[in-house]
Design a protein around this ligand. Structure first.
Ligand SMILES: *[C@@H]1O[C@H](CO)[C@@H](O)[C@H](O)[C@H]1NC(C)=O
Ligand SMILES: *[C@@H]1O[C@H](CO)[C@@H](O)[C@H](O)[C@H]1NC(C)=O
Ligand SMILES: *[C@@H]1O[C@H](CO)[C@@H](O)[C@H](O)[C@H]1NC(C)=O
Ligand SMILES: *[C@@H]1O[C@H](CO)[C@@H](O)[C@H](O)[C@H]1NC(C)=O
Ligand SMILES: *[C@@H]1O[C@H](CO)[C@@H](O)[C@H](O)[C@H]1NC(C)=O
Length: 926
């Protein structure tokens, strides 16, 4: 079979090669009418059988059972002619969306139409021009004027744990994995699906309409996965969320009998099964081979039975061999299952591809697939069509398996699917993943396809979702900007034709965000990643120079000042900026620039309309304390926790200092540097009192409901530290904190705990007479106490987008389109000093969030777009405010600057091309 590079797996499944002759009719049996003819044909054959043979009374059932074995999944041939969806909710009103810019998904994602879309009976009834006669057929027609807005198919996530790892996380609903053993094909994610998961409602708010819910990856075979739509149903049951539930699921399937739904099976390679069971890769592969061999034996017995039945050899028929437990794997061997495999690296792909060829089953997709871009030929060797890959845009480096991953992987593989692994990446922001992949070189049409059409193919559902096409499910998103523009947010989302957002909030976005961003060229970087097997050198620059550097075609220059930031207007509108010894010495227009160029030692950098902006400061992660967060030997490790561990006999009252655990040139730090982050305020990781941040500017504690000690114990401990003058090191530092000489940084989310902290602050101030400098890190519920936080002069550092990971942050302000405003603008409006920390600081350990520092530029850009903030307002949130909130005394004249080509630092257009450092007196030209 001709293999194509990284095509999504289509509904066709390769048949067993040697078996066609012996089963002359299974190919056509998918067609109902031919089934009948086939049986008639067989009946006439029966007359050739010796008369002594007894035809069993249920011969036709037996033949039917046998023909069913060889049915190929997929819709019945008349499926496209359906006039009503099997998921139609009675009472759904028809809707006409007018004046839309329609991305249909057709022509490989290149087709865009301008016009209308008619939704009725749970289906798309017309796209483009809708004639009046057609409309007349619908009473009650609601009309939505899209006013030219982009409209796309509903977003599809091929890798999610929505419902099975429900949010907020509570012990009673952690149903993502079975821990009974490494082989569990009989487990079903549906059986743990919690429909109260907040992630469902929030996912819809991001345009997500369909997700494949996979069991976790603790087991080498984790169990069966199910496709759900995210809308609430009238029945409210998990079953009623299913899209095309397989027929053998019992109650809940509404498909005609001729429509055989695909099944899905989760497999996991590599580290995860090993972590949970202490098995190795060798054990996992043997466990697969043994399991598939068991299934193969049963399958062979079934096939032999059917061969006898088909030949009319009734006397020797015997009984049909069944195996309730292993049937799911037999289904795989019969090509009825999309095999969805969590697999990161070369050794794992190689193993699984060998398995697929040994047992002759195709692989629908490799998920995670961090090293797929390094070994595409291994994937092409898989049995049947080349598997798709479902990858993250940038989430990487957190474990050994993902160490060699590259942000250019999607570009290299081109036709990749992008997925969330929700809640690893919150699935509400799946489109943001596509945006980031687009920035790093995945073409526009493929980036959109990755979360719609390609994803639909991976799920075997491209006959009904993923496209805007007549007869397809009415899953439609109206966007406030081009879906690949930073901060793109749905204005409305339809699932099965039902509008999902009761009262959508938002604002009319600018004209320039109505087209896809013009993204940088990363050909050279992608080639380097491949050349160095995923570990390109990051410390080498094309030049590091104290000589004169002239930046030409600059559109704006922003620098730090005492209050925040200010614009230097001298170079505005394609002027130039001259830098010597790492300092800006001049700005201007053409004449002076020509003069500058005549100097022999001048480096010229054409910014092509890009900008110069204050470098970003990151905080809240373990950047600089680790190389691979899940590999203990590469990290500083967790600090001892004075509330849990007893190391005090050695440590006394010494405070732990992050600076003592620093590692230089970690990849996360270097990647962040290359994305404009030139400093990080890092704390020791873990525990209640983690200690002094790097640069000794602050003391850091964590307060939440997840510690072993109660919240009230944690508060009591803090009160003790602040008020009962301790001896030694801790006494000195906490004395300074109590006197307001250095800030106390508390990682906290819950508004209740924040309220207690505000009271404790007042209590301490009453006794000391000094203003305690308190900064809240995380603070996802801060909006509930905005007035009190503002009155207490407390600062907050929040993630750019919040999510109710735990009970402590369950009451987030969800932002557009669900709430009128969002967290950052709301806090700013209350006069609170705000900083933005990398995405993930509210969920992961500080170690797990370190990779995301490199995305701070777009996190800030996102907040600016959502809140309609100006450059004057947004730059301080990721630079000077962080310094101030953490007590870092920075001379504004020494502040690093970042030069970007093609667009601004906070945009998808800009590419970081130089770091200007007055402190070091030099410029790194990247
Ligand atoms: C046919 O009848 C036999 C004997 O009763 C039974 O064991 C078998 O399950 C039946 N097969 C089908 C497909 O109904
Ligand atoms: C929207 O559609 C209506 C009906 O087709 C038309 O009258 C109106 O001019 C359109 N508006 C825009 C902005 O195109
Ligand atoms: C549920 O399944 C049982 C057994 O197959 C069947 O008798 C019943 O009618 C089904 N109910 C619904 C609502 O489909
Ligand atoms: C500035 O941009 C223009 C237009 O792209 C280009 O022709 C010119 O060479 C650029 N200037 C420099 C110094 O690179
Ligand atoms: C966005 O902010 C600008 C000023 O920066 C203002 O002119 C514009 O009206 C604002 N847009 C909305 C929708 O608030």
């Amino acid at each position: 079979m001709e293999k194509q590079p990284f095509q999504p797996v289509s509904t066709g499944v390769r048949r067993d090669r040697g078996s066609r002759k012996t089963r002359p009719f299974h190919i056509v049996l998918a067609l109902p009418f031919v089934v009948l003819l086939g049986l008639v044909g067989r009946v006439s054959l029966f007359s050739d059988v010796p008369r002594t043979s007894t035809i069993p009374i249920n011969a036709s059932q037996i033949l039917q059972q046998c023909s069913d074995l060889y049915r190929v999944p997929g819709p019945s041939p008349d499926f496209p002619k359906r006039t009503q969806s099997d998921r139609l909710q009675p009472g759904t009103k028809p809707v006409l969306i007018r004046n839309a810019t329609i991305w249909t998904g057709h022509v490989e994602g290149l087709e865009t139409l301008f016009g209308d879309i008619l939704l009725a009976d749970g289906l798309i009834k017309a796209v483009g021009e809708v004639d009046a006669a057609h409309l007349a057929a619908y009473e009650d027609l609601a009309t939505v004027d899209a006013q030219g807005a982009w409209v796309s198919p509903g977003i599809i996530d091929v890798h999610s744990h929505l419902g099975v790892e429900a949010s907020p996380h509570l012990e009673g609903a952690a149903d993502g994995n079975s821990f009974q053993g490494t082989m569990a094909p009989w487990m079903r994610s549906l059986d743990g699906l919690n429909t109260h998961d907040e992630g469902l409602r929030l996912g819809v708010a991001g345009g997500l309409t369909t997700s494949l819910i996979l069991p976790g990856s603790a087991d080498a075979i984790g169990g069966q996965a199910f496709v759900i739509k995210l809308r609430p149903t009238t029945e409210k049951s998990p079953t009623s969320f299913l899209l095309e539930p397989p027929s053998d699921l019992g109650n809940g399937t509404h498909l005609p009998p001729t429509h055989l739904a695909w099944k899905h099976m989760k497999h996991a390679c590599g580290e995860n099964p090993s972590r949970f069971y202490g098995v190795t890769r060798m054990d996992s592969v043997w466990a697969w081979r043994e399991a598939y061999n068991t299934a193969k034996k049963v399958k062979t017995a079934q096939d032999d039975y059917c061969l006898r039945a088909e030949a009319g050899n009734w006397d020797n028929l015997g009984s049909f061999r069944e195996d309730f437990q292993w049937q799911p794997l037999i289904d795989i061997l019969r090509g009825k299952v999309k095999v969805q495999t969590h697999c990161y690296e070369a050794v794992d792909f190689d193993n699984f591809v060998r398995l697929s060829n040994e047992f002759e089953f195709p692989v629908a997709a490799f998920h995670h697939a961090h090293e797929a871009y390094l070994v595409p030929d291994v994937l092409k060797r898989a049995y049947g069509p080349t598997p798709a890959v479902a990858i993250f845009s940038t989430f990487s480096g957190y474990k050994r398996e993902s160490y060699r991953s590259s942000e250019y992987a999607a570009k290299v593989l081109a036709e990749a699917g992008i997925r969330s692994d929700h809640p690893a990446i919150v699935s509400r922001y799946l489109v943001h993943e596509a945006q980031v992949a687009h920035h790093y070189g995945l073409p526009t049409y493929l980036a959109l396809s990755a979360v719609t059409t390609t994803a639909a193919g991976v799920l075997g559902l491209d006959h009904r979702i993923g496209f805007l096409k007549i007869g397809y499910d009415a899953d439609v998103v109206i966007w406030d900007s081009h879906p690949l523009a930073l901060g793109a947010t749905p204005r409305q989302v339809f699932i099965d034709g039902i509008p999902q957002i009761e009262k959508p909030y938002g604002w009319a976005k600018l004209a320039e965000s109505q087209s896809a961003p013009k993204t940088p060229d990363y050909d050279a970087e992608a080639a380097e990643a491949l050349k160095h097997d995923g570990l390109p050198p990051l410390q080498e620059f094309s030049a590091t120079t104290a000589d004169r550097v002239v930046f030409a075609n600059v559109s704006s220059v922003w620098v730090r000042n005492e209050d925040g930031v200010e614009e230097l207007t001298g170079a505005k509108d394609l002027g130039f900026v001259t830098v010597e010894g790492g300092r800006i010495v001049g700005t201007g227009k053409d004449a002076a620039y020509v003069e500058a160029l005549s100097q022999p030692s001048t480096h010229l950098v054409d910014l092509q309309g890009g900008s110069i902006a204050p470098a970003i400061v990151s905080t809240g992660t373990s950047l600089g304390l680790q190389e691979i967060s899940m590999e203990a030997s590469t990290t500083d490790g967790a600090v001892f926790d004075p509330l849990q561990d007893d190391a005090s006999s050695i440590l006394g009252n010494t405070l732990i200092r992050a600076v003592d655990g620093l590692q230089f040139a970690t990849r996360d730090a270097l990647l962040a540097y290359r994305a404009g982050v030139t400093s990080s305020v890092t704390f020791p990781e873990g525990g209640f009192l983690s200690g002094l941040g790097v640069s000794f500017s602050l003391v850091h504690v964590t307060l939440n409901h997840l510690e072993i000690a109660s919240v009230s114990t944690q508060i009591a401990a803090l009160r003790h530290l602040l008020l009962d003058r301790l001896k030694g090191d801790a006494g000195i530092w906490f004395g300074k904190v109590a006197l307001g000489l250095m800030p106390l940084v508390v990682r906290v989310h819950s508004a209740d705990i924040i309220a207690t902290l505000l009271e404790l602050k007042a209590e301490v101030e009453d006794l000391t007479g000094a203003a305690l400098k308190l900064t809240l890190l995380g603070a996802t519920e801060a909006h509930l106490l905005a007035d009190a936080i503002s009155a207490a002069d407390v600062g907050v550092i929040v993630p750019p987008r919040t999510y109710p990971y735990t009970w402590d942050d369950r009451r987030i302000m969800a932002g557009h389109p669900l709430t009128e405003t969002s967290l950052v603008p709301y806090l700013l409006d209350h006069g609170i000093k705000v900083g933005i920390a990398p995405q993930g600081i509210d969920d992961f350990s500080p170690g797990m969030a370190a990779w995301s520092a490199r995305k701070l530029r777009w996190d800030a850009g996102w907040v600016a777009v959502e809140g309609n903030l100006t450059e004057q307002e947004i730059y301080p949130l990721v630079s000077t405010n962080i310094d101030k909130l953490l007590g870092v005394r920075a001379n504004p004249a020494h502040g690093d600057l970042v030069a970007t080509r093609g667009g601004g630092l906070l945009s998808f257009e800009g590419k970081v091309v130089a770091i200007i450092s007055p402190r070091r007196g030099s410029v790194d030209i990247i």
